[in-house]
Design a protein. Sequence first.
Length: 319
Amino acid sequence: MNKTLSVLCGTMMLFSLSARGSLIDITTEFHVFVAEDFRGIHSDAAGRVAAGGNVEILDGYSIGGTSTVPGQYSLISGGDVLLQRGTISNGGIYADGSVTNSTCEIYGNVVAGSYIGEQHQIKNGQFIHNEGYTNPVNFAGIHSELTAISQEMASMEATGNVSVQNGNITLTGNNVSGAFTVFELSGTDLANSYQLTLNNMAEDEIAIINVSGVYNSVGYGGFDRISVPEIALFNFYEAETISIHGSFTGSILAPFASVTGENGHMYGGLYAESFSGNTEFHLHIFDHDIPRVPEASTVSYLIIGMLGMATAVRGRFKR
C-alpha cells in the first residue's frame, strides 16, 4: 500500500504544481510593460521598457540606464519606434516595425524592419534587419497573464486596515514577517487625498493595495512616503485611466488603463495598457510572487488524483 500511496501522492503534487504565469517573471524582466503605445518625454526609465504598440522617445528621454538584465534589448516594440534625442543604454532596440532616429544614441544593436538615421548613432552595435527574427516578447500573452493576476488579487480578502482622514490615507499592516497583507482602497478616496502612509509592516511583509474605480488620479504631494518601494503593489483592477501627478512610491498594475504622468518620480514599475508623459521611473522592482488561484484544469486533475488514490487504497485493502 505504501508504494501505491507514494506514486499517487507524487502524481497529485505534480498536478498541483502545474505551471502558471508568475508576476515576478514579468516585473524582474521589465521595468515598464504596456500592451499598447509608450510615449516618453524629457525624462527616463531606468530599466527595460516593452510596448506592444508604437514607441515615441522625445526631448531627451532615456531608457535602460541601470538595466538589471544586461545583454538584452533595453527597448522592445511591437510597432514602430520614433527617437528624438535621448539615450538607449545597455542593450539596444528590437522593433517589429521601423526605427526612425534623430540624434538619439543607442548602445547596442537595432533589430527592426528598417532604420532611418545616422549609423554612427548606434554605439557598440549595428542595424540588423529583423527578417527571420521573432519578437522576444509575447505581448498578448503577458498582458493576458497580468490581467488574470490583477483580477485574482482583486478577489483577495482584505487583511489590513485603511484609515482615511482629512486628506490622509494610512494603511496599517499586521507586522507579520513574510505575509501578504491586502488593503482595499477606493479610487475616490485616493484621488481626494494628498498623502499616503504605510505603517506597522514587518521588514518582509508585502502590501497589496487593491484600488477600485474606473478613473483614478494619484501622486498629489505625499504619495512618496513608503520607505521601501519594493514591498508595495497597487492593483488598479478596474481603472481605464490613471493620471500620476507628482511623485508616487510603489509599483502599479493596471492592465486596462491608459496612464499619463506629469512632473514627478515613480519609485517602482508600471504594468498597464499604455503610457504617455514625463514621469521619471526609478528602478525599484516589485520582486515578489503573488499566490495564484489554481486553474480549473489543475483542480480537475487533483480531484481525479484523489479519486484514483481512494480507489487504489480500497483495492489494496480488499486483497
